[in-house]
Design a binder for this molecule. Sequence first.
Ligand code: OSB
Ligand code: MG
Length: 368
Amino acid sequence: MKITGVELRRIAMPLVAPFRTSFGTETARDVLLVRVVTPDAEGWGECVAMSEPLYSPEYVDGAAEVMRRFLIPALTAPPAVDAQAVARVLAPFKGHRMAKAALEAAVLDAELRAAGRSFGWFLGAARDRVPCGVSVGIMDSIPRLLDAVAGYVDEGYVRVKLKIEPGWDIAPVRAVRERFGDDLLLQVDANAAYTLAQAPHLARLDDFGLLLIEQPLAEDDLVQHAALARLLSTPVCLDESIESARHAAAAISLGACSIVNVKPGRVGGYLEARRIHDLCAAHGVAVWCGGMLETGVGRAANVALAALPGFTLPGDTSGSGRYFATDVTEPFVLEDGHLPVPTGPGLGVAPIPAILEEVTTSTEWIPA
Ligand code: OSB
Ligand code: MG
């Protein structure tokens, strides 16, 4: 495919409720969408970078800048590119995986739309629906947390993830366990808020039958995660630390984790995400699909990825209503705790023009 040009579109999406983690509080999602135009089809990609570099070094303004200045000119220079070539063409530019992932997804969407094939077909989806978990932010009080969790359990979510930080860990986990019982699939996510010195404290979580503890320590410390994993009976899962299949291979050989959260944006795209899935499956390491508060554009592709056979744990693939009053695509609605894997060409969904216009804060056309 020859790319005619790429549109960068910023949209402002208010969240239905503030989402607090150990790194900050989000009240609205500032999203960069990319639209790749080719003579045969258009494709959409969602960049998962957040407004500020608090979860990872990437942030929305930086992603837009690296795309317009380096990535898009490199992609539009060759006579043709396909999705398989995107990562190779962009490899000279270090890092910026979320920016690269959005462009690769948009190229793949255009290619699949032109071929009449779905993301699920391309990636190797083995199911037509995926079980869904929900990520629950840090709250002002335990009663508020219990109300929020009760609401999600009533909606059918099959797994609950509690965000934790020092001062908000043992007590909320104990309260949720006591209220909802031992059968609730429960896990926690620290977003790198602890140090290895706090291992004895984290070991107190071992009493609560958690599925996993996600990213307890710093993103660049695989060796300390390996040490921590030996001190906990709760399985250690990595999120921020895994930026590529190479990181996953290193983490597995060090014993730094026994479970991996796969986020396509964090690892540079759906193709690298699938390589991590394959690597983990070969090592008997479970994976699940993480989320970055995506709109329907990113969610469609995540749900397709989560349908691969190695995704044996429920993902952070919640319904649109958990995030937004109005999604930019047809909303993803939970049915019996599951989301259906889209079957239409490409992502199987696209932004609805009238809604898109309403939430757009800026657009920029970058011709080839
Ligand atoms: O650490 O998994 C995380 C959201 C934004 C940034 C990082 C994380 C998250 C979530 C929410 O936990 C997952 C979702 O529902 O999209
Ligand atoms: Mg996480």
